[in-house]
Design a protein around this ligand. Sequence first.
Ligand code: ATP
Ligand code: MG
Ligand code: FE
Length: 332
Amino acid sequence: QIILAIESSCDETAVAIIKNGREILANVVASQIESHKRFGGVVPEIASRHHVEQITIVLEEAMNQAAITYDDIAAIAVTEGPGLVGALLIGVNAAKALAFAHNIPLVPVHHIAGHIYANRLVKEMTFPLLALVVSGGHTELVYMKGHGSYEVIGETRDDAAGEAYDKVARQLNLPYPGGPHIDRLAHEGNPTIDLPRAWLEKDSFDFSFSGLKSAVINILHNASQRGEEIRPEDLAASFQASVIEVVVTKTKYAAEKYNVKQVLLAGGVAANKGLRAALEKEFEKTDIDLVIPPLYLCTDNAAMIAAAGSIEFEKGKRAGLDLNGIPGLELQ
Ligand code: ATP
Ligand code: MG
Ligand code: FE
């Protein structure tokens, strides 16, 4: 069973082709980061235009890499949402055109389900499991008792983890996206600056990062008013330590409470070296199986959409040619 998938929810134009749900035949990603950098974030209008320019090129490249024809494809999977509406529509319309022209079933996929299913390209899932989703727009703990079944048991009440990384990076005058830069700096510094940990109510699996972000901004502001130096490495290390401590602790508690067999790490912030190491250390001592995808499957790509799409296809999920992009699509 061969699935072709298209992802265009944000600033990556991506097409992938996978076989039997888990084997990658092609995985092409055209990133627009360079075009958005000087604006310090993704500009929706620019993103849409780049998707239009890139989509056919990326599609052709993926078809060439996989060396297949459209007759070989069982389904076209596409990110339906969440994301930027103009960006989503380019992928959705390309998918609809292909499905119509070649008479192939169309399967809509939730972007976050995709991030979670990136793990299935690494290792088979064992249920029940817990997915820790940490990305540019989401921070969630998702309980899954089977394929395609999602129960969000905790989520951020304000900023997403990646968003907090990018905002803190901006304060330190680091380029967009700031996550990888903070990660690198953090390893050169020491967590000597006292920053808050947002535990929220006892037993809550929700997150909050805006207080931490504000604390960082205040420290920088006060230091500059007093003419003091703050070592960016130490601030990055302290910020990262706060994020990791809360995220890892809540994940561990949730995994125990829900008695899961597996914990999956998902989303762009899953590329964070400090987070990966801290999770490995925490779950090493348990008999819970921790899965962490390679970096190229953590940030946005279409292989993960194909992996989730393969499961949805088998479950009989289909979309008609009236499929639309849904910016605020819920995971359910
Ligand atoms: P969503 O998936 O929620 O719709 P998105 O697709 O924009 O949002 P992703 O592409 O999954 O987000 O992740 C991008 C985010 O990951 C950015 O905020 C970026 O800074 C962050 N990120 C990437 N690498 C690292 C890293 N090494 N450490 C911390 N954050 C990182
Ligand atoms: Mg992106
Ligand atoms: Fe994403």
